[in-house]
Design a protein around this ligand. Structure first.
Ligand code: SF4
Length: 502
């Protein structure tokens, strides 16, 4: 019998949308690389395919950049800890965790940070997001003679900096960032500065923190907790913050603004639904708090009917992203008089690597079983509610339902803390092709999806209730395009992927 080896983690991971990366930056710390390493470790959930750190150092009076990057998890890339102490010397650093689309996974040059040397010195870049006009800009630059080293959209920023007619470096960077469109939260390292920039619509988060007199920036604040840094503020949409030697005396960064004075914020609502860690503060609000609100709103909008029964409902989460929403769902259900109990009914293995299947086995079933198991005593003979954050293809959800049914659940009610996903994202999130999304397959018919998943009832949180649950106090507004199809910006032809076929 032939066994087929599966890249298990990668295949399984395809049934959730993927963020395209995490960024981290450190200014003025004797162990900048180690600080960046711990921050990237805390941000591992935002990208698992590659990781890298670049540091800025002075050697024999000369400015030098030191870079180490590779495929793999942060722990694997920096397995040899002398890389952090002996190779990545210097007091400033930026780092990056990458998630890439399948076609680019083999191209190591796409792993960030990207580093170049040009007339004004060294410059390195770490980017989270997706530049919607990158094909247009790349074609123009190629026509003008620019040679590209990578297939990543991020590289155009470095070329625009190097080719800028401005004389002063910060003006060159502003000039470059004013020419790109779409989503970017960026950390840039120069010979003597750390620069943090966010696009005028602020799709992706970028936070600033402080550790003693060291400044740090990161995609999420959980990266500050791991190093004991204090969260200060977010880089505002359209803001470019420069940390240099003056920041050490003034205690603050110099602030510049990109052109686009009337740009509305379009914070990615999926950061609250799934991408960000619940222990982070994102867009100025606790992710945990917002997810609990989603759970409460869902219980209010779509309570599970008693169905003539006085039996307690057993409510289980799909670990880990729906954990806190499930708590909100149970709290609200009980308030509404639906007797409910939060239970851990699904156990997730965190140690899934490769797995092997026999030809007669269902690949999806093997994948899900290797990742999840049920606590049968919790589920057997019970009315069970499964709370999940989203349904993408539906393949994993269907297998999870089967596991719960096989564990003896008498009824299964599926509740989702987001609306049906029907449209692709052009701002840095990787969804499958629209035709692979179960909501499209079903033509938006929730009853058809319910039947496909094999549950007794299925309900999604509406877009209206989702939007009511997120903060609006400070004028925040959100991108919801993957649910509504209402893209807040125009998308140039072909500018919809972050990779360029070479
Ligand atoms: S389309 Fe969806 S995933 Fe993409 S930025 Fe908008 S809300 Fe986020």
């Amino acid at each position: 019998m032939t066994l087929t080896e599966l890249d298990f983690e990668g295949m399984f991971a395809n049934d959730k949308p993927h963020d395209h990366c995490a960024v981290a930056g450190v200014y003025h710390h004797p162990n900048a690389a180690q600080i960046a390493y711990y921050m990237l470790h805390a941000l591992q959930h935002r990208g698992q395919e590659g990781s890298g750190i670049v540091t800025s150092d002075i050697e024999a009076g000369k400015r030098r950049f030191h870079l180490h990057k590779d495929f793999g998890l942060v722990n694997d890339v920096f397995r040899d800890d002398t890389i952090l102490t002996n190779v990545l010397k210097g007091s400033s650093a930026i780092g990056h965790n990458r998630y890439s689309t399948a076609g680019s996974a083999a191209n190591k040059s796409n792993v960030q940070p990207l580093v170049v040397n040009y007339k004004n010195g060294n410059v390195a870049l770490a980017h989270n997001g997706n530049l919607t006009n990158f094909r247009e800009v790349r074609t123009r630059l190629q026509d003008e003679g620019t040679i590209f080293q990578t297939t990543s959209d991020s590289e155009i920023v470095l070329h625009l900096i190097a080719r800028s007619k401005e004389q002063v470096q910060i003006r060159q960077i502003l000039d470059a960032l004013n020419q790109v469109r779409g989503a970017f939260s960026i950390a840039i390292l120069t010979d003597d500065k750390l620069i943090a920039a966010r696009d005028p619509h602020g799709w992706r988060p970028l936070a600033v923190g402080k550790l003693g007199d060291t400044f740090v920036v990161a995609s999420e604040t959980c990266a500050f907790d791991i190093i004991g840094a204090k969260y200060l503020c977010d880089v505002e949409p359209g803001e470019v913050l420069v940390f240099d030697k003056d920041s050490l005396t003034s205690g603050e960064a110099k602030s510049y603004h990109l052109q686009k004075p009337n740009a509305q914020p379009h914070f990615c609502i999926f950061e609250y639904i799934y991408f960000s860690r619940p222990d982070s503060t994102v867009f100025g609000e606790s992710v945990d708090k917002v997810r609990r609100k989603f759970g409460k709103a869902l219980a209010n909008e779509h309570p599970v009917s008693k169905n003539g029964s006085d039996e307690k409902l057993i409510v289980i989460n799909v670990p880990d992203s729906s954990n806190t929403a499930t708590i909100g769902f149970v709290t609200e259900s009980n308030k509404l008089g639906v007797d409910s109990k939060y239970e851990i009914g699904l156990i997730r293995s965190h140690y899934v690597g490769r797995t092997f299947i026999q030809p007669d086995q269902d690949v999806r079933e093997v994948k899900v079983k290797a990742k999840f198991n049920t606590v049968k005593g919790v589920l057997q003979g019970r009315r069970v509610v499964i709370v999940d954050d989203s349904i993408v293809r539906g393949t994993t959800s269907k297998q999870l339902v089967k596991l719960v049914r096989d564990a003896g659940a008498k009824e299964i009610h599926f509740r989702v803390t987001s609306p049906p996903i029907k449209f692709p994202c052009h701002y840095g999130i990787d969804f499958p092709n629209p035709q692979e999304l179960i909501a499209n397959w079903a033509g938006g018919d929730v009853e058809k999806i319910r039947a496909e998943l094999g549950v007794d009832s299925l309900q999604y949180l509406s877009l209206e209730k989702l939007l009511e649950s997120v903060p609006h106090e400070n004028g925040e507004s959100y991108c919801t395009a993957c649910f509504s199809g209402q893209y807040p910006t125009s998308i140039t032809a072909g500018g919809v992927k972050d990779e360029y076929e070479m």
